[in-house]
Design a binder for this molecule. Structure first.
Ligand SMILES: C[S@@+](CC[C@H](N)C(=O)[O-])C[C@H]1O[C@@H](n2cnc3c(N)ncnc32)[C@H](O)[C@@H]1O
Length: 185
């Protein structure tokens, strides 16, 4: 059995072929195994209720040594390098997505938010942080406050591995909230 992820995307090999072990195969394809691995409802609620606290602890523990800088963005998205662009990076963490992009796009301005105040502090202390080109702030996407950015003012919004950190019941609310600040064309 192999995972079929070794297709090429834009000429890059997205993953290499590997034989799954029997246990891995069982975990992927047997519903009984998947059910057995689910955390209890109580724990799920705890994780959801205290998500901000847990993410903050995560950044206190790992600082900016956990995620690697993401250098693949321009390979994946078709962006005109010379255009003036306003991007809203939602759930920016410590900037592993935004710093490489700022480097590659000279006319880019980034609004960046995260609900971990530790992540935002680390981002602002980073030697690559440029106040002329980044405006960052603490913001919980799931609360009832508006995002502090003018409505209809953003060209692009990015959420890299963020929606998966939000409870499915709140996803549509979060997307509507973000949608307000994206420019309506
Ligand atoms: C997997 S990290 C990705 C960080 C960053 N986008 C990157 O590419 O490195 C997910 C981020 O989403 C943030 N996050 C999760 N739920 C959030 C919420 N409700 N409001 C704001 N940020 C949130 C976390 O604090 C964390 O920094």
């Amino acid at each position: 059995m192999t995972d079929n992820l070794n297709d090429t995307i834009h000429g890059y090999r997205s993953n290499s072929e590997r034989i799954l072990t029997n246990d891995e195969y069982e975990c992927l394809y047997s519903p009984e195994q998947q059910d057995r691995q689910q955390v209890s409802e109580f724990k799920q609620n705890q994780f959801d209720k205290n998500a901000q606290k847990y993410w903050d602890q995560f950044y206190k523990r790992n600082t900016n040594h956990f995620f690697k800088d993401r250098h693949w963005t321009l390979r994946e998205f078709n962006i005109n390098l010379n255009e003036k662009i306003k991007l809203f990076e939602v759930g920016c963490g410590v900037g592993n997505f935004l710093f490489p992009l700022l480097n590659e796009l000279p006319n880019l301005f980034i609004y960046a938010c995260d609900f971990s105040s530790t992540a935002i502090e680390l981002l602002q202390k980073d030697s690559n942080y440029d106040q002329q080109r980044i405006q960052s702030f603490v913001c919980d996407l799931t609360d009832d406050k508006d995002i502090p950015i003018d409505d209809n003012s953003i060209d692009f919004c990015s959420m890299i591995f963020v929606l998966s950190a939000i409870h499915p019941d709140k996803m549509s609310y979060v997307l509507k909230k973000i949608h307000k600040v994206i420019e309506y064309i």
